[in-house]
Write a protein that binds this ligand. Structure first.
Ligand code: HEC
Length: 128
């Protein structure tokens, strides 16, 4: 009886430790994803305003940041990116839209920006 209680107590303590660590892991995961997403949002806005102001060099540098950050999605969410095909496809779609915009160089217009924003939203509709 006494040993059963001791085992139960140990199990409880281990359970609490595991729970706290899982929670910490999830919080860190969430933090990294949020950081990447907030930066994507910021550079998307700056890119849009640079295109509207017809400032090509600034627009191109914003687009470079977006391309870099879109590749970071697989880095901050490695499991989703490697094991969930649909998620990976959404990330690839975003990269493709950014490449398409980059190939237009200084001729980028609101059309390309709309397509990029749509690629963000397509993933969010399913995963956010
Ligand atoms: C492949 C999927 C995917 C793509 C593509 C994607 N996102 Fe996200 N986004 C997510 C997920 C998942 C979350 C929720 C993250 C969380 O809560 O941990 C999110 C959350 C966000 C958030 C909310 C962050 C917060 O404050 O909690 C913003 C802003 C955001 N994304 C912006 C963007 C922008 C801008 C783009 C396109 C340039 C984009 N995302 C493309 C998956 C994606």
């Amino acid at each position: 009886m006494k040993s059963t209680l001791i085992i139960a107590a140990i199990a409880l303590v281990l359970g609490v430790i595991a729970g706290v660590n899982i929670h910490k892991f999830q919080a860190r995961q969430h933090e990294k994803t949020t950081a990447t997403m907030v930066l994507l949002q910021l550079h998307l806005k700056s890119w849009e305003s640079a295109v509207q102001d017809k400032q090509c060099p600034r627009a191109q540098s914003e687009l470079m940041s977006l391309k870099f950050l879109s590749q970071e999605i697989g880095v901050v969410l490695p499991l989703a990116d490697s094991q969930d095909t649909a998620f990976h496809q959404h990330a690839v779609k975003l990269e493709q839209e950014l490449d398409a915009a980059a190939s237009r160089q200084c001729a980028v217009s609101m059309t390309e920006i709309k397509s990029v924003r749509e690629a963000c939203n397509e993933c969010h509709r399913e995963y956010r």
